[in-house]
Write a protein that binds this ligand. Structure first.
Ligand code: F6P
Length: 538
């Protein structure tokens, strides 16, 4: 049934007319137990959503919507390997990447879990060799530098996880990540590296992506210019891919390939072979701990009732803020420097998944789908864009993420960091009234400028410590929140047709820029003029 015609949706619409105007100040004043009632702790995450603009009625209605949308059955369909990515005819089984040995998950009648563990074991053996200095380059020198070449899910997960878990990494190894087709990215990544000590990990699910293939070819040329011998490729290049034929075609021996499968979406692939750089950095034990953390969240999502189910709650709160309070974007604000790439990682996961305008049946939606995700680590954002969140005209719900234990205990730093995250959520929710300012003796004319309206919703996630397991839990939390939202909106979160047109047009334009002869241009007038100007001046 059409979402907007469902009685549960209509009930929320009617409810939001009144409840949407409720003020957090009043809600907290009316119920001393509010913080307790709207906090859930599961899988190591203390999830306080009491500063969201919801009441018990709102949450019941949202959970009813989830039930009526068949979310429970859809979760089961995903976990059990049904081909829920219908436009590509694929199962969606990133959860199988963290399934323990012995679990059975079948795709087309075949249990995929043994394959997952076979690849993990090979990754482990390879990582151990590199970490121990036993994987030698062509000249006999040990590998010291690891350069991951990939883009989208083949870059963002690895770079985010490397940065997040740098404190667990083997510091004697240098890690670089090259993604952009802009030659600057490659040039800067390798400018101080010795080719004899450098391993390239070419990460591409399809092994056809223009950026990655171009960068990989440049890497090959760079390595061979120094090492001379084509036999060096086997020592300095490995591939992470689903496409063995293309890997071999590129000149990488498939013995040096770590595979994965079409049922792992690019943006859901950081726990697959795509995580090889992560495993080399943090070691197999830590990598497996990260998998175990994600698995904990998987089990929680699959079994917990929706009203105490973190990914379901997170997803439903986003639906509430997006569709009923009109919040078009969401800020993800980790108060943890190591999570500096987490917002960028989430941008692909959330927006490439749920940035859709038709339902799974191809009908245009008449409601909003994915919010725009963005963010920066605290406290940097406070001295930049928080002004708009506090006093601007847009409603921007915030996800605060913080850890009780400091990664580095340095004087007052961590207490001050935590004071700031708690203060921001408090200020956003409760603001500062004109009366309060008056009592402080603020001059009348300044009062409108200094008033904080408050009532700006946020969720605070408090974890004990940023460990590999904690990162696994956080990533799986967001993955399943994205799924929850996609199922409510009746869209398909696992394809990405919206990226295709630009690729096709770039393929058409590239020869028009590169050719010697003046091309016959058949684009629009603006594009034609840009191409001509570029050709004249490059
Ligand atoms: O163009 C988008 C996309 O297909 C992403 O979904 C994907 O993560 C990225 O490109 C990279 O793809 P691949 O791993 O196949 O190189």
């Amino acid at each position: 049934m059409k979402l907007t015609e469902m009685k549960e949706w209509k009930a929320l619409e009617a409810h939001s007319a009144k409840a949407g105007k409720a003020r957090l100040r009043d809600l907290f004043a009316a119920d001393p137990k509010r913080a307790e009632k709207f906090t859930v702790e599961a899988a190591g995450i203390y999830f306080d959503y009491s500063k969201q603009r919801v009441g018990a009625g709102t949450m019941n209605m949202l959970c009813d919507l989830a039930e009526a949308s068949g979310l429970r059955g859809k979760i089961e369909a995903m976990f059990s390997g049904e081909k829920i990515n219908v436009t590509e005819g694929r199962a969606v089984l990133h959860t199988a990447l963290r399934a323990p040995k012995g679990t059975v998950v079948k795709v087309d009648g075949e249990d995929v879990v043994p394959q997952v563990h076979e690849v993990l074991d090979r990754m482990e053996a390879f990582s151990r060799k590199v970490r121990a200095g036993e994987w030698k380059g062509h000249t006999g020198k040990a590998i010291k530098n690891i350069v991951n070449i990939g883009i989208g899910g083949s870059d963002l997960g690895p770079v985010m996880a490397y940065e997040a878990l740098k404190n667990y990494s083997q510091r004697g190894l240098t890690f670089r990540f090259v993604s952009n087709i802009d030659g600057t990215d490659f040039a800067e990544a390798v400018q101080d590296l010795d080719p004899a000590e450098t391993l390239f990990i070419v990460a591409s699910k399809t092994f056809t992506t223009l950026e990655t293939m171009t960068n990989a070819q440049t890497a090959k040329d760079w390595a061979l210019a120094a090492l001379k011998d084509p036999a060096a490729i086997a020592k300095h290049f490995v591939a992470l891919s689903t496409n063995a034929a293309k890997v071999a075609g590129f000149g990488i021996d498939t013995a040096n390939m770590f595979g994965f499968w079409d049922w792992v979406g690019g943006r859901y692939s950081m726990f697959s072979a795509i995580g090889l750089s992560t495993m080399i950095a943090i070691g197999p034990e830590n990598f497996r701990a990260m998998l175990a953390g994600a698995r904990e969240m998987d089990e929680h999502y699959r079994t917990a009732p929706f009203d105490v189910n973190l990914p379901a709650l997170m997803g439903l709160l986003n639906v509430w803020n997006n569709n009923f309070l009109g919040a078009a974007s969401i800020a993800v604000l980790p108060y943890e420097q190591y999570l500096k790439r987490f917002p960028a990682y989430l941008q692909q996961m959330t927006m490439e998944s749920n940035g859709k305008r038709v339902t799974i049946d191809g009908q245009a939606v008449d409601y909003q789908t994915s919010q725009v995700y963005w963010g920066e680590p605290g406290t940097n954002g406070q001295h930049s864009f928080y002004q708009l969140i506090h006093q601007g005209t847009k409603l921007i719900p915030c996800d605060f993420i913080a850890f009780s234990k400091a990664a580095h205990s340095l004087g007052r730093h961590h207490d001050l960091l935590m004071a700031n995250v708690f203060a921001q959520a408090e200020a956003l929710a409760f603001g500062k009234t004109a009366d309060e300012l008056k009592q402080e003796g603020v001059k009348d004319w300044l009062i409108p400028h200094k008033t904080f309206e408050g009532n700006r919703p946020s969720t605070t996630m408090l974890l004990d410590e940023l460990t590999p397991a904690a990162l696994g839990r956080l990533v799986a939390l967001y993955e399943h929140s994205v799924f929850t939202q996609g199922m409510i909106w009746q869209i398909g979160p696992f394809d990405q047709w919206g990226v295709e047109l630009g690729k096709v047009l770039a393929g058409r334009i590239a020869p028009e820029l590169e050719g010697k002869a003046e091309p016959e241009l058949k684009h629009d007038a603006s594009t034609n003029a840009l191409i001509r100007r570029y050709r004249a001046r490059k």
